[in-house]
Design a binder for this molecule. Structure first.
Ligand SMILES: *[C@@H]1O[C@H](CO)[C@@H](O)[C@H](O)[C@H]1NC(C)=O
Length: 209
């Protein structure tokens, strides 16, 4: 009798502890940003991605690469998020980047994990008839909620075709968790032609709300 009571007390204590621990485990909501439910305009620069799945996309527009002639194809057709290289360099901690764009936790999102994205680089000089792919190395950095900087990660893109290259998968390390923002750019010393752009698709993130 006494032994049964002790056993049941132990069980309820253990159970209670499990419940309590779970309540402290952060839950996040997974998203796969493919931009396909957004409207791309024919002049791409007029349709910003804006706020999408709890993230604020700065510098990115919704674009539809033309099949077989758009330079870099969407990983999931029809749309990508595209950003062109900005002319100013920005200092991010010890890093100097020429940015393409940023994504930040939008109001209502406390922080996010960035797990992966597909990307490719292109050249759009507005004089050629078509957009062409070009090789690039994209640098990614970010900031945690406490203001500390995430380590820089770089991803290389080597196009498989000038007019219809496949995007490549970039997988972030586990350290890209609990972020408030992320910047995509090229290292200050890298050389890319003017008119260079990046397009991104199937960006996987998990939001803490
Ligand atoms: C990202 O967060 C850092 C640290 O708080 C801040 O200095 C920087 O301006 C932010 N960048 C963007 C694009 O929000």
């Amino acid at each position: 009798m006494q032994a049964t009571l002790i056993a049941s007390l132990l069980v309820s204590t253990a159970f209670g502890a499990v419940i309590e621990d779970r309540s402290f485990l952060p839950q996040c909501i997974q998203y796969d940003d493919n931009y396909d439910d957004l409207t791309a305009s024919l002049v791409p620069l007029t349709s910003p991605v804006g706020t999408y799945h709890g993230l604020n996309y700065g510098g990115f527009v919704v674009a539809t690469p033309a099949p077989l002639t758009g330079g870099v194809e969407a990983q999931s057709a029809p749309n990508v998020a595209a950003a062109t290289l900005q002319t100013d360099e920005i200092q991010l901690g010890s890093l100097s980047l020429q940015p393409f764009g940023t994504i930040s936790a939008a109001p209502g999102t406390k922080a996010f994990d960035l797990s992966s994205f597909y990307f490719g680089c292109f050249l759009n000089d507005h004089t050629a008839a078509a957009v062409v792919s070009q090789g690039c190395t994209v640098a990614v950095t970010g900031f945690y909620l406490n203001g500390a900087q995430a380590p820089e990660v770089t991803f290389a893109f080597a196009p498989t075709s000038p007019t219809a290259a496949n995007q490549v998968l970039a997988t972030l390390p586990i350290t890209y968790s609990g972020l408030k923002n992320v910047t995509f750019g090229v290292a200050g010393a890298s050389v890319l032609a003017a008119g260079a752009g990046i397009n991104v698709d199937n960006l996987r993130h998990c939001n803490y709300v």
